[in-house]
Design a protein around this ligand. Structure first.
Ligand SMILES: [Zn+2]
Length: 277
């Protein structure tokens, strides 16, 4: 049974696209069985060399606050002339706001084939939804990997500098996150939790899904494989990007969950890209 209408999502995407020429469709596909259009949007900052951030949501259809937050982020960017409390428009963004329309409409975790899409990234081409995601990310890789000169060293600049995957957890009594990074990469999960504390309780369980939880942060260092082939692992191994997977408690009220995702995104951008830790 449908509990939400994906057309409401696409209407808001198209309206935002009409409003701003900085916002474009980066990648688009239509998937069976109901010909759902999938969108990955690109926001291009005035300063084209600004860092690129990837935000994704809704790969699990029963986690709608992430989808709403991603849509509001798109709308904030499209309305960037209005006063925004945080300069989101100064960064480049790839936003994939609703990756499982079938599940989203029916409030179920899986897609139409009954698959948990966030375990399908070993061979993403097996599902139209994960094929879409991988194509959008690889497209980015192929055209944007560039050389840069900093501190007299030449290196490969990662195309996507930060990825945020927005999830929810119906079993959790508080916010927590998974921080997937290399051991050389400084941690920022704890500062995100610190910024969320005023809005929402933090999950203090010592173990979540058999992983050690330290005050709302589960660290997945280097090539951890215990979670299977998630998008986070794909981003780490195939795209070389640090990834934060944010989890709001579904039992909390709607607006608070969206606000928690937004403040977590804002904090992550601030600290990951400006090296404030
Ligand atoms: Zn999820």
């Amino acid at each position: 049974m449908k509990v939400r209408n994906y057309a409401d999502v696409t209407d808001r995407i198209l309206e935002a696209l009409r409003k701003s020429e900085h916002l474009t469709v980066w990648h688009q596909a239509s998937i069976a069985p109901s010909s759902y259009p999938l969108y990955c949007l690109r926001w291009t900052a005035q300063q084209k060399s600004s860092p690129l951030i990837y935000v994704s949501a809704g790969i699990h259809g029963d986690e709608p606050a992430g989808v709403e937050c991603a849509l509001r982020l798109i709308e904030l960017l499209a309305d960037h002339d209005k006063h925004n409390p945080f300069p989101f428009n100064e960064y480049n963004w790839l936003i994939s706001p609703c990756d499982n329309p079938y599940g989203y409409e029916r409030d179920i975790r899986e897609n139409a084939a009954g698959l948990d899409l966030n375990r399908m990234f070993e061979t993403p081409t097996l599902c139209p939804e994960t094929a879409f995601i991988a194509e959008a990310l690889q497209r980015k890789q192929s055209v944007r990997v560039e050389k840069f000169n900093s501190n007299n060293t030449i290196g490969e600049k990662a195309a996507i500098e930060l990825a945020l995957d927005l999830h929810e957890d119906c079993d959790s009594n508080g916010f927590y996150l998974w921080e997937r990074r290399t051991s050389q990469c400084f941690p920022i999960g704890n500062v995100i939790v610190k910024n969320v504390v005023g809005l929402c309780s933090i999950n203090q369980d010592s173990l979540i899904e058999n992983h050690r939880n330290e005050n709302g942060v589960i660290t997945l260092l280097d090539k951890v494989t215990t979670k299977g082939w998630t998008r986070g692992r794909y981003l780490a191994e195939q795209v070389n990007t640090r990834c934060l997977i944010l989890e709001t408690p579904t039992q909390l009220d709607w607006e608070t969950r969206i606000a928690v995702h937004m403040i977590a995104i804002q904090t992550a951008v601030k600290y990951a890209l400006n090296h404030l830790c």
